[in-house]
Design a protein around this ligand. Structure first.
Ligand code: ARG
Length: 479
């Protein structure tokens, strides 16, 4: 099942007769079952199980090195945790939906397996710094996965663009035909977006990469723990600097959610264009049959459902970001249970974006582009009008005058149902003696593209150059 589906917290925990396993001590009565269901985070916590155990292993090693636990105690606990990890990786571990959260589940399991010494695991630690640690560890690996999926998509964009550096198509503003470009140039615009997304995630990684463990519940601990050692063991840049902030900070979740919202926005724009291009009105492209769906009633239909869903899921990813921002708004320092609610929207966004990327890439890779129709569309709509005005401007006429004059020529063409290329030289010269026969060459659609060889322009030479550069920067040897 997909992560996004799994992270839906609609189902209640298993309401069996067994009493809920919760902390007792101060409270004389067992927790009310509905309260348990309301309070738990065990459903979302599935994603944190592995990192939670890794964090605990590191914690125990540190406690032993600092002689807070004896070597023997540490060994027993490490063996127990190792066994749980092993069972998890072999699929033998039974997930305990009755535990309040993953931290209690692992601790309960440990005590069940190795006895009371398991209760020493939580020495010098709170679930508050533990969950902060788990979330950072998990976010870190998810960031890397998302960056890799973004790289895969960029690789495919380069691959398709490389085949279409000479494929002329209309460029649009206001969804009106504007100036001729190439398909490669258009696709490479998306490469820029996804490349920025990748670097944004990288920045987010850098801010996520600090270890909060040792912050305790809020004010650290009196035990002589070694926070630097824990940070180093878990590959963090350093320990966090303020214990209150360490347990109450979810900026990295919101920042990640925001990076994901921008990725989704880019995917959605791209999806929208592909949907348009696959329409009968455009006929610029066609989805591979394996990425399209049909209608239950209209036999002729070939629908771009996948692209539409990518576009639709963007709404959820935006909503998740807003949810996270709102959950954190107004929380006094330090930890508050509200923060547990961050997990579901974060995990949902991670799942949706990951799935969208992973389906979008092969969809793009297998699409067919209709060069002829793109070229035909570029011939209609006076896409060379700017070049016509520039022609006069280069001969000394003020651009604004040339602009007006060419506007009049376009009007004339519309009335006479012809294109600027078909307009007789006499009509041109009647407007301005600056026009000569070479105007036809200057306004040929191919030359309109070719002559835009400036940095960032659509000319094949320039786009090929960019493709080569990006390829060697991102995918060159040793990358
Ligand atoms: N399940 C909690 C969460 O996800 C863990 C921290 C609980 N801390 C507490 N003091 N109740 O945020």
């Amino acid at each position: 099942m997909s992560k996004s589906n799994k992270s839906n917290k609609s189902s209640k925990t298993n309401n069996s007769n067994k009493s809920a396993k919760t902390l007792t001590g101060r409270m004389a009565a067992e927790i009310n079952e509905d309260v348990h269901n309301f309070n738990q985070s065990i459903i979302e916590d599935r994603y944190l199980l592995e990192v939670d155990i890794m964090g605990s292993i590191t914690h125990v090693i540190m406690l032993s090195e600092q002689e807070i636990l004896t070597e023997e105690e540490a060994e027993q606990i490490l063996n127990g945790l190792g066994g749980i990890l092993e069972d998890l990786s072999t699929g033998k571990l039974e997930y305990d939906y009755e535990a309040e959260d993953v931290h209690m589940m692992v601790e309960n399991l440990l005590i069940e397996r190795i006895g009371d010494v398991g209760g020493k695991l939580h020495t010098a630690r709170s679930r508050n710094d533990q969950v902060a640690l788990d979330l950072r560890l998990y976010a870190r690996s998810e960031i890397i996965d998302t960056m890799n999926s973004l790289l895969d998509l960029q690789r495919v964009i380069l691959e398709v663009a490389e085949k279409h550096t000479e494929t002329i198509m209309p460029g649009y503003t206001h969804l009106q035909r504007a100036q001729p470009i190439t398909l490669a140039h258009h696709l490479m615009a998306y490469l820029e977006m996804f490349s920025r997304d990748e670097s944004r995630l990288h920045d987010c990684f850098l801010r996520t990469n600090f270890s909060p463990l040792g912050a305790g519940a809020l004010a650290g601990t009196t035990f002589p723990i070694d926070r630097k050692m824990v940070a180093k063991q878990l590959d963090f840049a350093a320990p966090t600097r303020n214990s209150l902030d360490s347990v109450s900070d979810r900026d990295f979740c919101i920042e990640l959610g925001s990076c994901l919202a921008i990725v989704a926005m880019h995917l959605s724009r791209f999806a929208e264009e592909l949907i348009l291009w696959c329409s009968w009105e455009f006929q610029f492209a066609e989805m591979h049959d394996s990425f399209a769906t049909s209608s239950s009633i209209m036999p002729q239909k070939k629908n771009p459902d996948v692209a539409e869903l990518v576009r639709g899921k963007t709404g959820k990813v935006y909503g998740n970001l807003m949810a996270m921002l709102t959950i954190m708004k107004g929380l006094p320092l330090a930890y508050n249970k509200d923060m547990q609610e961050i997990k579901q929207p974060l995990f949902d966004s991670l799942g949706e974006v990951q799935e969208s990327l992973d389906i979008f890439t092969p969809m793009l890779q297998t699409m067919k582009f209709n060069k002829e129709n793109m070229r035909k569309a570029a011939a209609q709509g006076f896409l060379n009008a700017t070049d016509c005005a520039d022609y006069l401007t280069k001969k000394g006429m003020a651009f604004r005058t040339a602009y007006r004059l060419v506007g009049e020529l376009v009007n004339f063409c519309i009335k006479n149902r012809c294109t600027l290329d078909e307009l007789p030289i006499e009509e041109y010269r009647a407007k301005s003696p600056l026009f000569e026969r070479d105007i036809y060459e200057v306004i040929s659609i191919e030359n309109c593209v070719k002559n835009r060889g400036i940095i960032g322009g659509p000319a094949a030479k320039m786009v090929k150059n960019t493709i080569r550069l990006v390829k060697s920067e991102k995918f060159g040897k040793g990358k």
